[in-house]
Design a protein around this ligand. Structure first.
Ligand code: NAD
Ligand code: IPM
Ligand code: MN
Length: 360
């Protein structure tokens, strides 16, 4: 029997509510496909851990997590207790960098049974993949404050783009586009205003495109692209973007497909040298935490992406199919959560999906 060791980090807020639903669905899937998933739960990377230790992570976190095949992650952030930039740079952003998870894959699909806030969109009309650069770009720690407290107070934060860093995520995005039927890649840019880094990004897109003659490439400035996501979401296939642009587009996309609550993400180290990390796109949602009504679908879909990454595409497809089957029954026939216009709870929707995994 194939065994995989999975590190589980629920984090804060609804992370702690949706992760158990994710594990339940993964266990059901593993049972169907003769896989063994060994889950080990960690309480670090949370506000609770911060309150007890004054840090987000133990000193040996890297060695600890390196021993796992993958990391199944909820969400971090509880600004009442620890400022977000400290909790996130002290955990999730450390993981992405230390484990060189340079691709962040964020699929966005209008699912059967889910209503888009955009008029006239049917399931199947929206189906694209955001490939977000995940280790450099606008998320850089290069910079600082000078002349603090004076009239000359100045704050700088540099964008860092390296040829290796840009090319490797672009190559990954082109390869994804090449494998999909539409073979279409859209690049997010802003080379009209951000006059040094973004023309460089465009240049590398054009250079990489020469190696993928079958892929049709276009590019839009991020402001126009945001508008197109709302007006014509169906025209997109693979969208590649820098770290910040990819972050913004990957909340906007799921909003167009009904709810942030169903959106998954995979922080991948494609070289296989480090563990990859699977987490929903959403955060800890303090506004609904503790009520048991968070949508667990994003977390469960992450489980499907994790199975695919671990070499089990059939199990991954089966789990995603179970999600689709349950959503397709709509708010009347399935215990959908309030963001999907239902009255179900996290646990009820999670259980319905796990049951569907066993039945189908
Ligand atoms: P958020 O994603 O937590 O919430 C945005 C809105 O979406 C809220 O109204 C929330 O209720 C709703 N929402 C999110 N997930 C949902 C779900 N599964 N079901 C139903 N509704 C859902 O974003 P935010 O409010 O900007 O951030 C809250 C905290 O989470 C902050 O501390 C932030 O830094 C952190 N955060 C962490 C991650 C992560 O760990 N990957 C990602 C984003 C934000
Ligand atoms: C995400 C989140 C993170 C990011 C935050 C919490 C640092 O928004 O995973 O999309 O910006 O990458
Ligand atoms: Mn985000």
């Amino acid at each position: 029997m194939t065994t995989h060791r999975i590190a589980v980090i629920p984090g804060d807020g609804i992370g702690k509510e949706v992760v158990p639903a994710g594990i339940e669905a993964l266990e059901a899937t593993a049972g169907r496909f003769g896989l063994r998933l060994e889950f080990t739960d960690f309480g670090f990377a949370s506000a609770d851990y911060w309150q007890r230790h004054g840090t987000m992570l133990p000193a040996d976190w890297e060695a600890t997590l390196r021993g796992f095949d993958a990391i199944f992650f909820g969400a971090v952030g509880w600004p009442e207790v620890v400022p977000d930039h400290i909790s996130l740079w002290g955990s999730l952003l450390q993981f992405r960098r230390t484990f060189d998870q340079y691709v962040n894959l964020r699929p966005c699909r209008l699912m059967p049974g889910v209503r888009s806030p955009l008029a006239g969109r049917e399931p199947g009309d929206i189906d694209f993949l955001v490939v977000r650069e995940n280790t450099e770009g606008e998320y850089s720690s290069v910079g600082g404050r000078i002349f603090e407290g004076t009239e000359r107070e100045t704050v700088l934060q540099e964008t860092v783009m390296t040829r290796i860093g840009v090319d490797r995520v672009l190559r990954y995005a082109f390869e994804q586009a090449e494998r999909r039927p539409r073979k279409h890649l859209t690049s997010a840019t802003k080379s009209n205003g951000i006059s040094i880094s973004m023309p460089y990004w465009d240049e590398r897109v054009a250079a990489m495109g020469e190696r993928f003659p079958d892929v049709r490439v276009d590019r839009f400035h991020i402001d126009a692209l945001a508008a197109l996501f709302v007006l014509h979401p169906g025209r997109f296939d693979v969208v590649v973007a820098s770290n910040l642009f990819g972050d913004i587009l990957s909340d906007l996309g799921p909003a167009c497909t009904g709810t942030l609550g169903i959106a998954p993400s995979a922080n991948i180290n494609p070289d296989g040298l480090h563990p990859s990390l699977f987490e929903p796109v959403h955060g800890s949602a303090p506004d609904i935490a503790g009520q048991g009504i968070a949508n667990p679908v994003g977390q469960i879909w992450c489980g499907s992406m994790m199975l695919d990454h671990l070499g089990h595409p059939e199990a991954a497809a089966h789990l995603l199919g179970a999600i689709e089957d349950v959503l397709a029954h709509g708010p009347g026939g399935a215990p959908l959560t309030p963001d999907l216009h239902g009255k179900g709870t996290t646990a009820e929707l999670g259980r319905a999906i796990a049951e569907r995994v066993r039945e189908r």
